[in-house]
Write a protein that binds this ligand. Structure first.
Ligand code: G6P
Ligand code: MG
Length: 213
């Protein structure tokens, strides 16, 4: 029934969601703005500038567009420093095995990430070549929860959306998958991905996805 699987990157393939959090936390601490892991759940899957807007909700100060760009860039510098250390050992449990299994069954695989650092992360993980198609922030107009990025991936795989499965760790991402008309698999924090059709701890439980194929 399903012929394609479209993966989010951060928090699905590797735990860069943690690094995004730590980089934002460092910036928020410097600015004296309250920020915690509960607020962070809302940042998952959301673009850099939109993430900063959410963090600034807790600040009394008004920031100009220029200042916002400056701080978003500062967070990105912290983040880039952190992802330098990523190696293939940082793949989350079950990822490699699941992708191998998809290959064996002739199922196509793509990455749909709104991160401008997606290629660096994939390169450091040495996993780039395993995907039939990769779409990142440069190719889309609207970020998640807009379905554009998932529809773009399906189109390039040459598979109708209703025959695709999307995998996400963010609320915005699950909404995007559902709006694209795909089957949504949620991993990570079960509360965050509660709208998904299937919820897994991580891809070590991917056999449950294979049962759907
Ligand atoms: C992903 C992450 C978000 C991040 C966004 C932009 O969607 O889940 O936390 O804000 O990418 O990433 P970037 O690397 O471009 O700042
Ligand atoms: Mg994610």
């Amino acid at each position: 029934r399903y012929r394609g699987v479209i993966f989010d990157l951060d928090g699905v393939i590797t735990d860069t969601a943690r690094y995004h959090y730590l980089a934002w936390k460092k910036l928020a601490d410097e600015l004296g703005i309250y920020f915690d892991e509960v607020i962070n759940e809302r940042l998952k899957g959301v673009s850099r500038l939109e993430s900063l807007e959410i963090i600034l909700e807790k600040s009394d100060k008004k920031y100009s567009q220029e200042e916002k760009e400056y701080y978003a860039n500062k967070k990105n510098e912290y983040y880039k420093e952190m992802i330098k250390r990523i190696t293939p050992q940082d793949l989350l449990p079950g990822v490699e095995r699941f992708i191998e299994e998809l290959k064996k069954r002739g199922i196509k695989a793509a990455i749909a990430s709104v991160s401008k650092n997606a290629f660096t992360v994939l390169e450091n993980l040495k996993i780039k070549d395993k995907f039939d198609y990769i779409v990142d922030a440069n190719e889309i107009k609207h970020g998640k929860p807009d379905p554009e990025i998932f529809l773009n991936a399906a189109k390039h795989l040459g598979i109708p959306p209703e025959r695709c499965i999307g995998i996400e760790d963010s609320a915005a991402g699950i909404t995007a998958i559902k709006r694209a008309g795909m089957y949504a698999v949620g991993v990570g924090n079960p509360e965050t991905v509660k709208e998904a059709d299937l919820i897994l701890k991580d891809l070590s439980e991917a056999y449950k996805i294979l049962e759907l194929l």
